[in-house]
Design a protein around this ligand. Structure first.
Ligand SMILES: [Cu+2]
Length: 338
C-alpha cells in the first residue's frame, strides 16, 4: 500500500513540475508566423512591450498577495492591532492595486496615439472580408487599382494604410506579427495602419466568428524589399498570361464554358465576374482558397471538384460532376496563371 501511495505522490510531483513548465511552453510555442510576441511591425512591437509590462504587473500583484497569504498563516493571533490590520487592507486591497493598474492603464493609453496615427502613408490597400475569403485592392498612384485575393504583400519599412470593410457580416482583419486587429463592418470603412519592420512570410486571419468556415479564412502576408515589392505589384497589374500548353488551352476552354467566368475575373479574357476572387494571377499565390490548401495543381483540382467538402457552406458550387480530364485541364490552366 505504501508503495502505491509513494508512486502516486511521485506521479503528482512530476505532473506539478510539468504544469509549472506549462506557461513557458506556451510562450516558446508563440514563436512563429503568427506570433504577437515575435513582432515584425511597429504596431506589434508596442503591443508586445505592453504585454510584457502587464505580465510583470500581474506577477507583482500575485507575488504580494501570495506573500500576505503566507504571512497570515504564520502570524501569531493578536500580533497586530486593529489599526495596522486596517492599513494592511487599505494598502494591499486598494492603494497598491490602484497604483499598479493606473500606471499600466496610463502606459497603455500613451501607446495608442502613434498606433492610430494615419499620417505619412506610403501605400494604400483596400481589403474586404467576405464569407470566407479576402478581396484585396492595391491603390496605385498611376491609374487603375490592382485587384487580387487571399494574399497580401507589403514593402518593408513603409507605412501601409488598410481600408477595411465587408459586404456580408462582421469579420476582423488581423496580422498578429505586424500589429493589432480591426473589425470589418458592413456599411463602414475602418482604417488600420501597419508598418512592417522585417521581411518574411507571416499569417493573417479572421479574428471575428463570421459563420461556418470562419476558421478556413486566412491569408499569407509576405513582407518584401521595396524593389521586389514594386516588381511584384507591376506583374499583378498585368492581364493574365495566355495558356501555353495544349492542356492549359483545354483548361481555359473548360473554364470559360462551365460558367466560372460568371463569378471570377481573369483580366484579358471574357471571364469578368466579381462574385468570387479575381483569378488573373491565382497561380502565383502561396495558398489556395484563403490559406486552406497549398497552391499546387493537385489542390486546384481538389478544390474545383470538392469545393463544399473542403470549405463547408462555401459560396462556390462544387464542379465534381465534370469529367476528370476537364478538372485536370482547368487545374493546369489556373496554376499557369502566374
Ligand atoms: Cu471570420
Amino acid at each position: 500500500m505504501w508503495q502505491q501511495l509513494n508512486n502516486d505522490i511521485q506521479r503528482t510531483r512530476q505532473w506539478q513540475r510539468g504544469l509549472g513548465l506549462l506557461p513557458l511552453t506556451l510562450l516558446v510555442a508563440c514563436d512563429g508566423q503568427q506570433s504577437t510576441l515575435n513582432p515584425a511591425g511597429t504596431g506589434a512591437e508596442s503591443i508586445a512591450t505592453l504585454f510584457w509590462w502587464m505580465c510583470a504587473g500581474g506577477v507583482l500583484i500575485w507575488a504580494v498577495v501570495m506573500g500576505i497569504a503566507l504571512y497570515v498563516t504564520q502570524a501569531q493571533p493578536g500580533a497586530h492591532g486593529i489599526r495596522s490590520a486596517r492599513w494592511l487592507i487599505l494598502g494591499g486591497g486598494i492603494i497598491f492595486p490602484v497604483v499598479v493598474l493606473t500606471a499600466l492603464l496610463s502606459y497603455g493609453l500613451m501607446l495608442m496615439p502613434p498606433l492610430r496615427s494615419t499620417t505619412d502613408i506610403d501605400l494604400r490597400v483596400d481589403v474586404s472580408g467576405e464569407q470566407w475569403w479576402w478581396r484585396v485592392r492595391y491603390q496605385t498612384e498611376a491609374g487603375e487599382p490592382v485587384e487580387l485575393a487571399n494574399e497580401i504583400r507589403l514593402p518593408v519599412g513603409q507605412r501601409v494604410a488598410f481600408d477595411l470593410t465587408s459586404p456580408d457580416v462582421i469579420h476582423s482583419f488581423w496580422i498578429p506579427s505586424l500589429g493589432g486587429k480591426v473589425d470589418m463592418i458592413p456599411g463602414r470603412t475602418n482604417q488600420l495602419v501597419l508598418e512592417p519592420t522585417r521581411t518574411g512570410t507571416f499569417r493573417g486571419a479572421c479574428a471575428e466568428y463570421c459563420g461556418t468556415s470562419h476558421a478556413l479564412m486566412a491569408f499569407p502576408v509576405v513582407v518584401m524589399e521595396p524593389a521586389a515589392f514594386s516588381s511584384w505589384l507591376a506583374s499583378q497589374a498585368q492581364p493574365a498570361q495566355a495558356p501555353e500548353t495544349a492542356l492549359q488551352r483545354q483548361g481555359q476552354r473548360a473554364f470559360l464554358s462551365n460558367g466560372c467566368g460568371a463569378c471570377h475575373r481573369v483580366r484579358g479574357t471574357e471571364a469578368d465576374g466579381t462574385v468570387g476572387p479575381d483569378l488573373t494571377h491565382v497561380g502565383s499565390r502561396l495558398s489556395l482558397a484563403a490559406g486552406t490548401l497549398p497552391a499546387d495543381v493537385e489542390a486546384f483540382r481538389r478544390w474545383i471538384g470538392h469545393t463544399g467538402e473542403i470549405k463547408p457552406d462555401v459560396k462556390m458550387p462544387t464542379f465534381g460532376m465534370l469529367p476528370d480530364d476537364q478538372l485536370n485541364a482547368m487545374a493546369h490552366y489556373l496554376k499557369g496563371l502566374k
